[in-house]
Design a protein around this ligand. Structure first.
Ligand code: FAS
Ligand code: PHB
Length: 404
């Protein structure tokens, strides 16, 4: 048995685990990452595409913003298409200058993995049978790595292992409460090397169902269609996808749409999910391990970043200041922002998707709500300030270094 001693064991090498590792490294705090998949698999996953300004700031603080600054696309507005009409929300004007950045989660992951490799930090990829124990006393992580048994002895475990991970599943049932809402549809997503149909994202509410026109760059587009949960990606040829997208678009966008072969096509289910609390002794859950949002509000990746902002700040405060204040406040602070993002993501999903069980009255009410939101400065502002990301207050590494 190979015994490894460290301060923090991070389970999972997605955006949450990698970003936490990078911020702990910058603070000189010893840690390891344990990941069940291969590095190639992790770096090739295609998921989110929108970064809030606070996420960009955190990636900058982590020192991994070079590509983001060079290739990220700052967006100061989004369009909402309903009843054949496009309505532009000027996010910057509505939020005192805030914007979002279009930059794929795949790229964020690659930037973080590159930085980790450059720094020569310990990562155990393709770790099997990962288990966590004694996280209320003396935390341990055991796993098989290159056919050898390993045991990590650490001060803390960061559960960054996603919705299907081992960490949340290891918490005794009487210590945890979960909240869940599963939506009766999924998103069929296509990635294609074609120029985007518009300069900004278009969120489409149509009688045929929701659609989203997004992008990864000026030459690579990302499109989504709402499909029934019973649907399967094999039911959709590229041609069928493009035809259905055109059916949901307005005439101008339909005309401008450039189609091409899909380089990725998949269906993702939609759910809202929250774990309370997010801390269990010396185990902290962060990112999708603790919560899931439907992607309509572009919050999943950004919530993972905000959890890590709080967790990295708390661990740095513990090791640099000897204070447990951040650790003790972690769960409550995260959940305040998590629930607001859950509400916004639920609201955007409710407003823009077609629900088969919806009565005609409910549908008319929803149309009236969307019409009010788009026609009112107050309505537009509430959508915009949630979309660009609500603020969070954390102490930054530099503030601790000044103190010490
Ligand atoms: P992740 O799931 O990214 O990473 C968890 C890591 O832990 C994985 O690498 C996994 O292999 C590893 N792991 C799991 N179990 C383990 C174990 N037992 N031992 C060791 N490692 C283990 N968000 C948006 O904002 N917009 C989107 O459009 C969007 N689309 C999405 C599409 C899909 C198909 C999915 C699944 C998610 C999507 N999301 C989207 C949400 C997504 O971006 C997440 O919010 C983001 O990946 C969260 O990052 P992590 O918390 O790091 O979790
Ligand atoms: C994406 O580009 O993948 C994307 C953008 C905005 C969303 C969801 C997904 O709300």
């Amino acid at each position: 048995m190979e015994i490894v001693k460290t301060k923090v064991a991070i389970i999972g090498s997605g955006p949450a685990g990698l970003l936490l590792g990078q911020l702990l490294y910058k603070a000189g705090i010893d840690h390891v990452i344990v990941e069940q998949r291969s590095a190639d698999y992790v770096s090739s996953r295609i998921r989110a595409g929108i970064l809030e300004q606070v996420s960009v700031d955190l990636l900058t603080e982590a020192g991994v913003d070079e590509n983001l600054k060079a290739h990220g696309l700052p967006h100061s507005g989004i369009e909402i298409l309903t009843q054949g009409q496009k309505h532009r929300l000027d996010l910057a004007a509505l939020t005192g200058g805030k914007q979002v950045t279009v930059y794929g989660q795949t790229e964020v992951t690659k930037d973080l993995m590159h930085a980790r490799e450059q720094a020569g930090l310990s990562s155990y990829y393709e770790a099997h049978n990962v288990q966590i124990d004694d996280f209320y006393t003396q935390p341990k992580v055991t796993f098989q790595y290159q056919n050898q048994p390993y045991q990590i002895e650490c001060d803390f475990i960061a559960g960054c292992d996603g919705f299907h991970g081992v960490c949340r599943a290891s918490v005794p049932e009487d210590k945890i409460k979960t909240f869940e809402k599963v939506y009766p549809f999924g998103w069929l997503g296509v990635l294609a090397d074609v120029p985007p149909v518009a300069d900004e994202l278009i969120y489409v509410q149509s009688e045929r169902g929701f659609a989203l026109c997004s992008m990864r760059s000026e030459t690579r587009s990302r499109y989504y269609l709402q499909v029934p949960l019973t649907d399967h990606v094999d039911n959709w040829s590229d041609e069928q996808f493009w035809d259905e997208l055109k059916n949901r678009l307005d005439p101008e966008s339909r005309e401008k749409l450039i189609t091409g072969p899909s380089i990725e096509k998949s269906i993702a289910p939609l759910r809202s999910f929250v774990t309370e609390p997010m801390r269990f002794g010396k185990l902290f859950l962060a990112g999708d391990a603790a919560h899931i949002v439907p992607p309509t509000g572009a919050k999943g990746l950004n919530l993972a970043a905000s959890d890590i902002a709080y967790l990295s700040s708390a661990l740095i405060q513990y090791y640099l200041d000897g204070s447990e204040q951040g650790i003790n406040e972690y769960s409550e602070k995260c959940l305040q922002r998590v629930w607001k993002a859950e509400r916004f993501s639920w609201w955007m999903t409710h407003l823009l998707h077609r629900f088969e069980t919806e009565s005609e009255f409910d549908h008319k009410i929803k149309q009236a709500e969307l019409s009010y939101i788009l026609g009112s400065l107050a309505g537009q502002t509430t959508l915009a300030e949630n979309y660009v990301g609500l603020p969070y207050e954390i102490k930054h590494l530099s503030e601790f270094q000044q103190a010490s």
